[in-house]
Design a protein around this ligand. Structure first.
Ligand SMILES: Nc1nc2c(ncn2[C@@H]2O[C@H](COP(=O)(O)OP(=O)(O)OP(=O)(O)O)[C@@H](O)[C@H]2O)c(=O)[nH]1
Length: 318
């Protein structure tokens, strides 16, 4: 076979392979008209090469942000350098369906796109080749990993019984508030609440009813705070509420409203209804507090006093 015939055959092979490679290939001219549309693009768009060719890419896919892509394509031609667009910047350019049966996360194919200048024999660049990689598997596993990490992070901060913040998470939140106070000297208050005679509830009705009471009280507290407040379960039947932008008197007012709500609530346990009361200690963060413990200890001291003085009351630490 002559070398020209061999070259022709090689060219034919190459063209055949590019047509059927599992990667999208599109060639555009300077007017963004489609000059090449391989079988990957045909299969995923449902549009044959004969129909796509000579039409503007933006007419075929009106959902593509034409201003953004035109700028990129113009740069590829002017600077003669390739540009890459990752799925993390833009999940997809072409709105192709994903046929992955594994997950509901991806209904569209995630794509990495390379825009490459095609250099003519005379060195000029008049065409751009778009290479479209289907990276749905990579994107989906990365997304599921991030979602699993988010879930783990949430779990590590949550008390499983009450779904409130756990003690560790609350300690961190109070630490952040203490740190902010050193900068803004704002008003930050703590309300520490404890269910009265909780041991009796366990003893009289059993531990599962005790748990039910804890869950109900937690819901009541959670529904009483503002979105900027924090509440956590600090110990067995002890709760701490952190109120930013709240001075001592307002925190005491909040505590009394909550105390009355708890006392008025009826908790259905199946065959009977239970009522509980709570005692509260309130403290506002002061410049003389050297640590979160100082602030917390003052609330704890006030709570101890509320218990000693008859329970079902709130006491403010001065
Ligand atoms: N059901 C249930 N009980 C708990 C849980 N955590 C702690 N407790 C119980 O809560 C009770 C707390 O009792 P005490 O510390 O004596 O306090 P109290 O009976 O509430 O009395 P005062 O606080 O003095 O009013 C103990 O019996 C603990 O076993 C829990 O997760 N579920």
């Amino acid at each position: 076979m002559s070398s020209t015939a061999e070259d022709m055959m090689e060219l034919h092979w190459l063209f055949d392979m590019l047509q059927h490679i599992d990667v999208g290939l599109v060639v555009l001219n300077e007017k963004y008209e489609i000059k090449l549309w391989n079988s990957f693009m045909e299969n995923h768009s449902g549009m044959s090469s004969s129909i796509a060719k000579e039409r503007s890419l933006f007419e075929v896919f009106p959902s593509i942000n034409s201003e953004w892509l035109q700028r990129k394509l113009d740069n590829v031609i002017a600077l003669r350098t390739p540009i890459f667009v990752s799925w993390e910047q833009r999940p997809h350019l072409f709105p192709f369906k994903s046929y992955r049966p594994i997950t509901g996360i991806a209904d569209k194919m995630y794509q990495n796109i390379a825009l490459r200048p095609i250099t003519n024999a005379d060195g000029s660049v008049k065409y751009v080749c778009m290479v479209v990689y289907d990276v749905t598997d990579v994107a989906v596993s990365k997304e599921s990993l991030s979602s699993a990490n988010r879930k783990l992070d949430r779990l590590s901060k949550t008390d499983p019984l009450t779904q409130l913040q756990n003690r560790g998470s609350l300690d961190k939140t109070m630490g952040s508030a203490f740190h902010s106070f050193q900068i803004d000297h704002g008003s930050y208050s703590l309300v520490m609440g404890d269910i009265d005679f909780f041991k009796k509830i366990n003893d009289q009705h059993g531990h599962p009813v005790g748990d039910l009471v804890l869950k109900n009280v937690s819901k009541l507290i959670a529904s009483s705070i503002r979105s900027s407040d924090f509440v956590g379960r600090y110990g067995g039947e002890e709760f701490v509420i952190l109120l930013p932008n709240t001075d001592a008197d307002s925190a005491l007012f909040f505590s009394e409203v909550l105390r009355r709500k708890v006392a008025d609530a009826k908790i259905a346990t199946g065959n009977t209804e239970i009522s509980v009361t709570m005692s509260f200690g309130v403290s506002q963060l002061k410049r003389t507090d050297h640590s979160v413990s100082d602030w917390l200890n003052r609330a704890d001291g006030a709570l101890y006093k509320a218990k000693a003085e008859g329970r079902n009351q709130s006491i403010l630490a001065r």
